[in-house]
Design a protein around this ligand. Structure first.
Ligand SMILES: Cc1ncc(COP(=O)(O)OP(=O)(O)O)c(N)n1
Ligand SMILES: Cc1ncsc1CCOP(=O)(O)O
Ligand SMILES: [Mg+2]
Length: 216
């Protein structure tokens, strides 16, 4: 594993699949199945709702040693004492790092391997190759990178790297790892499954097996 952050199975919430009454239960099921990192991604919640959900999730994940990251919202991350994931159209990793301090998890989406300024890399805890494949879960994405795009990012940095987007099977998860990623980030493959724990376990097993075969 590169770095100290465990990104092997990163689950990202989505209000239509993890509605508020089921949010905590769904995330805990994913963790029981082997999720190593959780992102609270909710663009519909009010500020108060997001703050409350973030604090509750932080508290239930903490005994499992699974870090929580909030999507986009640096203000929420700062208030709740959690990490943040930022994309190309959000605040830059250098800004997030300055606000959250050296110990925080700061994740950054990479949509183009040619656009990875060293100062942003230095401020990031992990990178997400985004998207690897087309996905119905998020349609306003950049052009899919495919496994070759993941490999190009891998050649440019040693930071922990996940692929996200369209990773809808253990086979695709393994393909992303074989391209050079350290883990996979998924929404629907876990939270859209009838049994999120079992789905997470299958993905995690595929990631672990592919990692065993990957060159160190
Ligand atoms: C792990 C991970 N990777 C990529 C994204 C996408 O971020 P972004 O491009 O900022 O898009 P939104 O999620 O904000 O719609 C992500 N959230 N998480
Ligand atoms: C949040 C996000 N960022 C890039 S693709 C994506 C959605 C991934 O969803 P799924 O795992 O269901 O394809
Ligand atoms: Mg964003």
């Amino acid at each position: 594993m590169r770095g100290t952050l465990d990104v092997r199975l990163y689950v990202v919430t989505e209000p239509s699949l993890t509605p508020p009454p089921r949010l905590i239960e769904s995330c805990l099921a994913a963790v029981r199945g082997g999720a190593t990192l959780v992102q609270l991604r909710d663009k519909q919640a009010t500020d108060d709702e997001l703050l409350l959900r973030a604090a509750q999730l932080r508290d239930v994940l903490q005994p499992h040693g699974v870090p929580l990251v909030v999507n986009d919202r640096l203000d929420v991350a700062r208030k709740v004492g959690i990490g943040v994931h930022v994309g190309v159209h959000d605040v830059a990793p250098v800004v997030a790092r300055e606000v959250l301090g050296p110990a925080a998890v700061v994740g950054w989406s990479v949509e183009d391997p040619e656009r990875m300024p060293p100062e942003q890399l230095a401020a990031s805890s992990y990178l997400a190759a985004s998207p690897v494949w087309v996905t119905p879960t998020k349609t306003d994405t950049a052009h899919p990178l495919g496994p070759p795009g993941v490999a190009a990012i891998r050649r440019a940095t040693d930071l922990p790297l996940v692929g996200i987007g369209g990773i809808n099977s253990p086979e695709r998860a393994a393909e992303v790892i074989r391209a050079g990623a350290d883990g996979v980030a998924v929404v629907s493959a876990v939270f859209g499954a009838d049994d999120p724990q079992a789905a997470a376990a299958r993905l995690r097993a595929a990631v672990d097996e592919a990692l065993r075969g990957a060159t160190p």
